[in-house]
Ligand binder design. Structure first.
Ligand code: GDP
Length: 448
């Protein structure tokens, strides 16, 4: 699968960062050097890599730091955001003409890139959207290409317009338009001829089609496995005939992924879809954000990090911070902070800050089994709910008989109550020692 090796390398870099707790600027620089190497090895365009690392570095050492995330998480967050930006930020849909007007899409690309296959795949997508596509065989040089389009069109249940090999592609396109108008087709997809290399004849032919019929979208098909060649091809086509978007095929067989990562940055044109196999259903819409998560192999963690950015109730956060500094933090506050945490949805992202649940110091994010953590948290909540208000406000008053009662009420073993109280007290001690530690809570931005 694409990005496997890049993904493994980046995850390794981040694992090292996370295990460090506090990061120095040198740590970040060293990590980014590895990120750079990993991207270059994934065959990402050199200039793109340089710009990428520079942007990440500027943000990572700049002031763009969100309270509540440790520096390691911050770097991951920034790398993720920059990867998404690199690939075009938003998902780009193929723009269709309004109402019943016919949308004309011209498919272009080198021979073997997967153009004919992709044309049929795309027709299937439009059909699913309730459109009535017409596929047009404009590749007059290879009889096999016409046959292939017919076979694939049939499989998709989509009509194919062909005039054989003895007409100029531009004339075929014009005739196809008349046919589409008569037959009520509202999307016309022109499958044009490719060549082995960029060549003037091919460009002239595409240009002629554009001058003969109104082409609304020119879509370039490139083969991911050709790496940076695919990017160069995209640049050439864009300069010579102008393209609106790119479909990257054979991503399923490409272990590096450099083309997918560089095309938008180099050509300014978005990736619309990616081909993930030979079957006609193997065409996926391209989502930069999902692709970035896939590359980083940490979809869940990223979601949690996002959630840590959710606004916290400012006043409550301020009060809690004050209490923590004075070590007056009690079980009532504990319950309140659990509620806040539920609002944020993620346990892992805040676990390290919760007394008794994770390491208090260093902002280190422990490797957590979230499910087990959630269960543990539910049990703690049950134990606190079994306490009287007085006990919650004065944890010091918890004697063995009270603990027995609490254990019974919560349906847990007494040892668990003991453990929680012990951890809670240790955490309180630690909070007293580290008055500045929770300074971010309820800070200027009111963010956790
Ligand atoms: P064209 O010359 O550009 O029209 O290319 P074709 O559509 O004939 O495709 C060339 C070869 O690539 C065929 O064997 C296709 O089955 C294969 N192909 C196309 N797209 C994909 C893809 O996304 N993944 C894989 N694995 N093969 C693909």
């Amino acid at each position: 699968m694409a990005f496997d090796s890049l993904s493994a390398k980046l995850q390794n870099v981040f694992k090292n960062l996370r295990s460090k707790g506090r990061l120095t600027e040198d740590d970040v620089k060293a990590a980014l050097r590895e990120v750079k190497m990993a991207l270059l090895e994934a065959d990402v365009n050199f200039k793109v890599v340089k710009g990428f690392v520079k942007d990440v570095q500027e943000r990572a050492v700049g002031q763009d730091v969100m309270n509540g995330l440790n520096p390691g998480q911050m770097v991951i967050k920034i790398v993720n955001e920059e990867l998404v930006r690199l690939m075009g930020s938003d998902t780009t849909e193929i723009e269709l003409q309004p109402g019943s007007a016919i949308t004309v899409i011209m498919m272009a690309g080198l021979q073997g890139a997967g153009k004919t296959t992709t044309t049929a795949k795309l027709a299937g997508k439009f059909k699913l959207k309730g459109k009535k596509p017409l596929l047009v065989a404009c590749d007059v040089y290879r009889p096999a290409a016409i046959k292939q389009l017919q076979i694939n069109g049939e499989k998709q249940g989509v009509e194919v317009f062909s005039m054989g090999e003895n007409h100029k592609p531009a004339n075929i396109a014009r005739a196809a338009m008349e046919h589409a108008q008569k037959n009520g087709n509202n999307v016309v997809i022109l499958d044009t001829a490719g060549r082995l290399h960029i060549d003037e004849d091919m460009m002239a032919e595409l240009q002629e089609i554009k001058e003969t019929v109104t082409v609304h979208q020119t879509i370039l098909v490139v083969d991911a496995m050709t790496g940076q060649d695919a990017v160069n091809v995209a640049s050439s086509f864009n300069e010579k005939i102008g393209i609106d978007g790119v479909i990257v095929t054979k991503l399923d067989g490409d272990t590096r992924g450099g083309a997918a990562l560089s095309i938008k940055a180099v050509t300014g044109r978005p990736i619309l879809y990616v081909g993930m196999g030979e079957k006609l259903s193997d065409l996926e819409q391209f989502y930069p954000d999902r692709m970035a998560s896939r590359i980083l192999g940490m979809g869940d963690v990223l979601t949690l990090i996002e959630k840590a950015g959710v606004e916290m109730d400012e006043e409550k956060a301020r009060q809690m911070t004050e209490k923590m500094k004075k070590a007056g933090f009690d079980f009532e506050d504990y319950l309140e902070s659990m509620k806040q945490m539920e609002n944020m949805g993620g346990l892992s992202s805040v676990m390290g800050m919760m007394p008794g649940l994770g390491g208090m110091g260093g902002g280190k994010m422990p490797e957590i089994d979230s499910e087990a953590g959630e269960k543990q948290m539910a049990r703690m909540e049950a134990m606190i709910h079994s306490m009287t208000v007085e006990e919650r406000q004065n944890p010091d008053k918890l004697n063995p008989s009270r603990k027995h009662r609490i254990a019974k009420g919560a349906g847990v073993d007494i040892s668990e109550v003991n453990r929680m109280v012990k951890q809670f007290n240790e955490s309180r001690k630690m909070m007293k020692k580290l008055p500045g530690m929770m300074g971010g809570m309820g800070g200027k931005k009111g963010r956790f």
